[in-house]
Each structure stands twice: as structure tokens, then as C-alpha cells.
Design a protein around this ligand. Structure first.
Ligand code: DNO
Length: 358
């Protein structure tokens, strides 16, 4: 595996490439052209400039998170083919610049959803949290306003103010889309982009829906083993792969994470590793990465990745806000650096146990 950190680019991130490079074992970043809207073209020059900046710091771009998919593609509206054409061009340009991993999601309207961005834990740290009760009592149009005050002046992925200003229209776009239709549109998209992915060996890695169930009555499909296997079979090409995000699939306690990893052998191209602490099955908060701080057995997650031969980029995921840091919620330096060190430790332990036979 390759240990990485997500980085939003120098215009948006409070964390610098130099800081990232100083985290032991981190050799690369997962990044994006953050100013791009879904449907925009990414030029080779723009990609190269990003690459040059990252490489000048001694790191490597291990993948893009995300090249976002437009609503036209997700809803299958008549102009989707034009957007798919642009998406293919973006992939071509990434391939020409030697970038071979793209994370994306197929969630309607909201990307990942949290109801609190700064829930205080007993030790004074703050974390992202979700409680179903809050969603059930909230008008989706007010969702953004209800959390915007805790964004620490940052622009959070999937929660861009311009997009949120159009929430009502977005809901309208999805009103006739159910899970089956969304799935069909996803398959249509993947089939269309597979030739360019094959040509440039670009591994597409779909991010799960977070939380792994429908919110505000919207369709959600990338939520469990059955659905993700259905997708990998529907477009049976290694380039149609998965971002295994423990914190997203893990929101549903019925998802057996190590078992899912084993059943996706060969199709996991990217891993997001984090832990959650459940107060009830429908109220959880994002814990420190350490197993004992949350609900998941992180050793077993890493062991399953190791045993299935996972060799892609891995990144610690959302961290707590600690030590007075002010950053994008979930994406500060300190707790993610602790997460990277911990995951590296687990990986070393698993690897040595396997190779030394004890
Ligand atoms: C949240 C992230 C997601 C993810 C996208 C992938 O922190 O994991 O926003 O990047 O869903 O497209």
C-alpha cells in the first residue's frame, strides 16, 4: 500500500505539502482541482501545474479525489452524453499526465452528510457526527445553513455554497429517479468510460454513500456488499473498482467490513480508513482511528486489506479537531497524522506477522 493524505491544494487547504511530507511514511497525496465544477474540462496544463507543485515538495499524486460526476449523468438527462464526453477528455488528460486513479461518487444532491461538524467529546476534541433524528426533523433546504457555521471558513467538498443555493432545484431533478434508475445511469456512465480507462490504465474507484442509507428520501445505492458486488459484476472490468471507505460503509452496522473487503478482492483500488463510535445505531460520531476509541476493529480491517493483496493508496480519513487546530472539519493535520502513524503501525504488524509466521 501507499500511505497518502488528502490535500485540497494550496488555495484551499490549511495543511501544507511540507507538513504532509513530514508525517512518517506518507509518500503521496490524493488531490483534485478543487475549483472545478462537475462537467468542467480539466486541461493537461492545469493537471501538470498541480503535479509539478506536488512533486516539487517531494511527494507524488497517487490519485484524484474527486473528478465529480454531473447531475445530468446521475439523472440520465438528455445532455448526459455531452458531460460524459467531457469526463472522458478529463480522464484522457489525467492519463497523459500519468495519473491512474480516480475516486468519484454517485450520490444525488448531497455528497457525504453529517448533522454536526463540531460535536464535543469528553476530552475536548470536536468531531463530525450524524444523528438520524436531526435529519428527520430538518428541511433539506436548511441542511447547509444548519452546519455552515462550523466550517471554519473553509469550503467543504460536496457542500459548496453555490451548489447548496440550488438545493430545491436539485431535489426537483431527482424526483423521478429511484434506486434502479440511478443504478442504470451509473452502469451507462461506467460502460462509456471503460475504453478510455483501459487505454490509460485508469482505475475508477467509486466512493460509498455516506451514511449508507437514503437521506431525505433520495435514492442511494452504494451502501452494502450486495449492491457493490452487483456493480462490479455489471461492468466486469478491473478499472471499475471501489474506494473502500470504512467510515462510510461502516455507518450501517450490518456491514461486515473485513468480509466486504475480502469479497471485493482485486477491485479495491483506494482505501479510506477511519473509525466511528456509535451511541445508537442511528447516532454516531467520528472517533480517533484507534480501535479502542470507536466501534470497528481496525486491525481486522487492515489485515483484510493486506491479505487480499491491496497495493493501492490508503489514507487516514476524517480526523478529530485537536490541539487547538482550526481547519476544514475532518481535514486538519494533527489527528490525520496520528491516524497515518497508527495505520502504518498496524500494517507493519500485520505484514510481519504474516511473513514471519507468528
Ligand atoms: C468526505 C469524502 C467524500 C468523497 C467523495 C468522493 O470526506 O470522503 O466527499 O471525497 O464522496 O467523490
Amino acid at each position: 500500500m501507499k500511505m497518502t493524505l488528502r490535500w485540497y491544494g494550496s488555495a484551499y487547504d490549511t495543511v501544507t505539502l511540507e507538513q504532509i511530507r513530514q508525517i512518517p511514511g506518507v509518500t503521496g497525496v490524493i488531490t483534485t482541482l478543487y475549483s472545478k465544477q462537475p462537467g468542467d474540462l480539466w486541461t493537461r496544463e492545469e493537471i501538470r501545474a498541480l503535479k509539478d507543485e506536488v512533486e516539487a515538495s517531494g511527494l507524488k499524486i497517487e490519485g484524484i479525489e474527486s473528478v465529480n460526476v454531473s447531475d445530468a449523468i446521475k439523472t440520465g438527462s438528455p445532455d448526459r452524453d455531452k458531460d460524459i464526453e467531457t469526463y472522458i477528455k478529463c480522464l484522457e488528460n489525467l492519463g497523459e499526465e500519468d495519473i491512474h486513479l480516480v475516486c468519484y461518487n454517485f450520490m444525488p444532491v448531497f455528497d457525504w452528510t453529517r448533522t454536526e461538524l463540531a460535536r464535543k467529546r469528553p476530552d475536548g476534541s470536536t468531531v463530525l457526527a450524524y444523528t438520524q433524528e436531526a435529519v428527520d426533523n430538518l428541511d433539506p433546504e436548511k441542511m447547509f445553513d444548519s452546519i455552515a457555521g462550523d466550517m471554519n471558513g473553509t469550503v467543504m467538498p460536496g457542500w459548496e455554497p453555490e451548489r447548496m443555493a440550488k438545493v430545491k432545484e436539485l431535489f426537483e431533478l431527482y424526483k423521478d429517479i429511484d434506486n434502479e434508475k440511478l443504478f442504470e445511469n451509473l452502469v451507462y456512465f461506467l460502460k462509456a468510460i471503460m475504453p478510455v480507462c483501459n487505454k490509460y490504465d485508469i482505475k475508477m474507484a467509486i466512493h460509498p454513500d455516506d451514511p449508507a442509507w437514503s437521506v431525505f428520501g433520495l435514492p442511494r445505492i452504494i451502501i452494502n456488499k450486495e449492491n457493490i458486488l452487483r456493480l462490479t459484476h455489471a461492468v466486469d472490468d478491473v478499472h471499475n473498482g471501489v474506494t473502500f471507505c470504512s467510515g462510510s460503509y461502516g455507518t450501517n452496522l450490518n456491514n461486515d467490513l473485513p468480509d466486504m473487503i475480502r469479497s471485493l478482492k482485486g477491485r479495491i483500488h483506494f482505501a479510506h480508513v477511519r473509525n466511528l463510535k456509535f451511541n445508537t445505531p442511528l447516532d454516531f460520531e467520528e472517533a480517533a482511528h484507534l480501535s479502542s476509541d470507536g466501534t470497528f476493529d481496525m486491525y481486522e480491517i487492515i489485515r483484510a486489506l493486506y491479505e487480499t493483496g491491496f497495493d493501492g493508496p490508503i489514507r487516514p480519513d476524517h480526523g478529530r479537531m485537536i490541539w487547538g487546530e482550526v481547519a476544514m472539519p475532518g481535514y486538519g493535520l494533527y489527528d490525520r497524522a496520528l491516524g497515518a502513524a497508527y495505520i502504518n503501525g498496524l500494517w507493519e504488524a500485520v505484514e510481519k506477522a504474516e511473513t514471519r509466521g507468528f
